[in-house]
Design a protein around this ligand. Structure first.
Ligand SMILES: NC(=O)c1ccc[n+]([C@@H]2O[C@H](COP(=O)([O-])OP(=O)(O)OC[C@H]3O[C@@H](n4cnc5c(N)ncnc54)[C@H](O)[C@@H]3O)[C@@H](O)[C@H]2O)c1
Length: 360
């Protein structure tokens, strides 16, 4: 079995947190929720190095993980690390606005696979450079829109794709709480619109949170640290295949995210706690002439692995077999393109604006 020499760039909590304590001595632990914990769950991955500009983060990484990977080194400069270690896989966990340069450097230094945290980039120019570089080099990529490996989200898509509910026509996604920030938590929901719509977004109409009317068309956040540095947003997205999506982001609401998938013969709602399928049969829902019945099915999908652990396995499987990964770079580009169109729509007076199509 090939051993994948792996390096991590950016060593904050989401990169290096230890796995949660075992929830059951027999059944094992909870889902790993950091890059290192996910990489540690895959036996043929060896993390050989970690890089951070902050020495305290480098020390913390070694304290936490040198038991698992005794040879792991740390670096202050990721270019030096990539040149010396020549890793097969690279995890990129730098701030939201700082993914492009380490990503391009990893491609340049011959990484075969990249697991990059979301969003792909905070502007489309960076996203396009990343797509082009990965494509030219044949680098296999997974962008960490984590819900693409969480059972209830995956299962909802499988049901839609089975055709059992007929065509999907509408997606309503609600993002709540103070962290419903456009470039931060919100991006998970934008990605879910694209994941379920399964096509190219073509135009957007948006309104940013009151107070951000003059935000402009460029990212002005600080990597998700200050909630007031990024607006929430409400917007409508049209997809080329006819699917229409409405995304509400309101900070002054409870921290809840819910996605409602409305198809011809039923609706699936999915949130962090599970999913439910609701179908109405035998009449209309309003003033029925017949006797409508509501069938509710609580879905309890079970898979053997999930979350970031599954993302790493998916990346390696993609590398070894050529199977497309669940969150490839060209899909993640759609999220950045939609967000850029959201800013353009606001800047032009809340009008309909096109979403930039992929580069040829
Ligand atoms: N998928 C998820 O559920 C999830 C959850 C949380 C965070 N994230 C993502 O993870 C990423 C990191 O988020 P964060 O809040 O921990 O970011 P952060 O701002 O804390 O930065 C992460 C680390 O990168 C280091 N860093 C900055 N510049 C660097 C450079 N040039 N070279 C090496 N290291 C550098 C910082 O010192 C820090 O330790 C973001 O993209 C964020 O959106 C994803």
């Amino acid at each position: 079995m090939t051993t994948y020499r792996t390096a991590i760039i950016g060593l904050s909590w989401i990169a290096t947190d230890p796995p949660p304590p075992a929830s059951d001595p027999v059944l094992g632990t909870s889902i790993p929720y950091s890059h290192a914990a996910a990489l540690a769950a895959v036996p043929n991955v060896e993390v050989v190095a970690g890089c951070d500009i902050n020495p305290a983060m480098r020390d913390q990484f070694l304290e936490r993980w040198s038991g698992r990977w005794p040879g792991a080194k740390t670096y202050e400069n990721y270019r030096e690390m990539l040149a010396r270690e020549k890793p097969d896989l690279v995890s990129i966990v730098t701030p939201d606005f700082l993914h492009a340069d380490p990503f391009l450097a990893a491609v340049e230094h011959g990484a075969k696979g990249i697991f990059c945290d979301k969003p792909l980039a905070t502007n489309l120019a960076d996203a396009d450079r990343m797509v082009a570089a990965a494509k030219a080099a044949g680098t296999v990529v997974n962008i960490n829109f984590t819900r693409r490996w969480i059972p209830q989200y995956v299962n909802a898509r499988a049901i839609l794709r089975s055709g059992r509910l007929g065509d999907l026509s509408q997606i309503i996604a609600e993002s709540g709480g103070p962290r419903a920030m456009l470039f931060r938590n919100h991006t998970h929901l934008v990605d879910l619109l694209c994941y379920y719509a399964d096509g190219d977004p073509i135009w957007v109409v948006s309104e940013l949170e009151p107070g951000f009317e003059d935000y402009g068309t460029e990212y002005k956040g600080d990597g998700g640290k200050t909630e007031s540095s990024e607006p929430a947003a409400n917007y409508y997205v049209a997809f080329a295949n006819g699917v229409r999506a409405y995304l509400t982001g309101m900070k002054n609401t409870q921290p809840d995210t819910i996605v409602s998938l409305r198809a011809a013969k039923g609706r699936i709602t999915v949130d962090e706690f599970g999913s439910e399928l609701r179908a109405i049969a035998g009449g209309g829902t309003m003033m029925p002439s017949g006797a409508p019945t509501r069938q509710t099915e609580f879905l309890a999908p079970a898979y053997s692995i999930s979350g970031m652990h599954a993302a790493v396995v998916d990346l390696i499987t993609g590398l070894e077999t050529g199977r497309p990964t669940a969150s490839p770079v060209e899909h993640a580009r759609r999220t950045t393109a939609i967000i850029e169109a959201v800013l353009q729509s606001q800047a032009q007076g809340n009008v309909r604006v096109p979403v930039a199509p992929p580069q040829p």
